[in-house]
Design a protein around this ligand. Sequence first.
Ligand SMILES: [Ca+2]
Ligand SMILES: [Ca+2]
Length: 305
Amino acid sequence: MNWLIWCVALGILGLAAAVGVAIAAGLVENWDAATSDSFELSAPGQSLITANASDPPAEDGKVLELRLAAGSAPGPGNGPEAQTLDRFGYGTYSTRLKTADCSGQPKAGVVTGYFVYFNDGQDPNGDGVPDNVEIDFEWLCAEPQVVYLTMWTDYRDSDEAQKRVARAINLQSGTILFTCYFEAFGACQSLSGAENQPATITAIPGYDSSQEYIVYGLDWLSNGVTWWMMDPATKQKVILWDYHNQERIPPAPAYYFTNLWHTANWTPDGMPEATQSPTVPVSTWVDWTRFEPSGLELFLPLIQR
Ligand SMILES: [Ca+2]
Ligand SMILES: [Ca+2]
């Protein structure tokens, strides 16, 4: 490395120190203790969230259990949730989890969410809609063979103004259900080219997110976001969506979440009645949760409170 590069690197470190942020060292949470140094755990009402719960299929036998109470009201604010104390930026996020099992109640409306999120109502990108930093994995318990992948740059709750891209995949059949850009709920603008890769997905026979622990992850960089998982049978990485279009990738650090909640209005295609609150408690199980900052992008493995 020549002296000029050293000067630039030292300048960046100095700037980071000057504005009161630190270079993130990464995060590994195995959920093998009653409390976490990295996450705040919350569970309103009769719901529960319990770290260091025992479950033999976990790699270390210990998990985080998010238990959504029977009769829970709709909305993510009414379910158990793990949220980091710090914000994280570009890098690789991964988890090993098992989603809620509603097989005893086919019309239950329950979402398991694994995602990053930050929205303070400000509009740094200046498009008139508050910036919404959010990249999601989500599963509906009424269709545990389908994974929903979503990325937002802007959202306003009052009128649902939004800019987001989303893809849904039935992994059991290897069917991409949609790959779209949205400026309103339900208004799909189909994506193509670099925003629609891979264009086909190979089936994972028997895939059911609620029946076994599976590793899921996403790589968040300024010019691309890749959602992936590990095939539980072959142990090979499966690329679910390798998305490229820089203007639709959120550029600011975000909090890191896993949650479980009742939805009364988001239903699988062809299952409009899957809106019931659970009649018995249902749980999502998390073996571990990790973040590894990108080695390529100096500026955004920043953490901020
Ligand atoms: Ca905006
Ligand atoms: Ca564990």
